[in-house]
Design a protein around this ligand. Sequence first.
Ligand code: ADP
Ligand code: MG
Length: 218
Amino acid sequence: IKNINKSYMMGEQPLHVLKDISLTVKKGEYLAILGPSGSGKSTLMNIIGCMDVMDSGSYHLDGVEIEKAKEQELTDIRNQKIGFIFQKYHLISTYNVLQNIVMPLLMRGMSLKEAQEASMDTIEMLGLKERINHKPNELSGGQQQRVAIARALVGRPTILLADEPTGALDVNSGKEVLKLFQNLNDMGNTIVMITHDLGVAKHAGRVVRIVDGEIFED
Ligand code: ADP
Ligand code: MG
């Protein structure tokens, strides 16, 4: 991303949230974006995840000029290139674990059977095989986050984005998620994780600090 700006209108006043941010993430990197609450981390992450649009600047992801992409193209990019993990899991409560995990593959037009087969390795890696028929509310927070991570991984995205992935978890479940991220990065996955917690950020190979919408330290 290069010289990205983003403002929100607060009544009559524009609130300048991202100020000329430039950042390059290489394939295979594990990056943490560290900053206090309100510094613009989620806004930045939503732009990187193609879920929100910037006001100005450019963004190239895996050879695609995102700022020029049309809505349908962005939908495909979100489905194929991006794996998003949220603080609060964002699982579909009426679907069981398996249905939640295979969703990105069904959206690509795979049959349920194909999607299930393609997801099995990921489900096993995340230790969820015994839980596939459970609904999210029958799982612990740590298990729900593992389902969300599995859903983010099944489509083999170019980049894994995680917005405060341990923020809602107890200490042990948080450690488990960080260990998993380490393994995923060792396997070659590119990860960008947002956190306000230095102790969490230190798990990444590289830490970028954001303060008041600007990159302060890399
Ligand atoms: P962080 O994730 O670092 O806590 P955010 O990116 O969520 O920060 O928010 C940065 C700033 O932008 C905050 O002041 C927040 O209130 C404001 N903001 C975020 N989203 C919106 C929105 N949709 N409308 C107006 N202001 C917003
Ligand atoms: Mg946030």
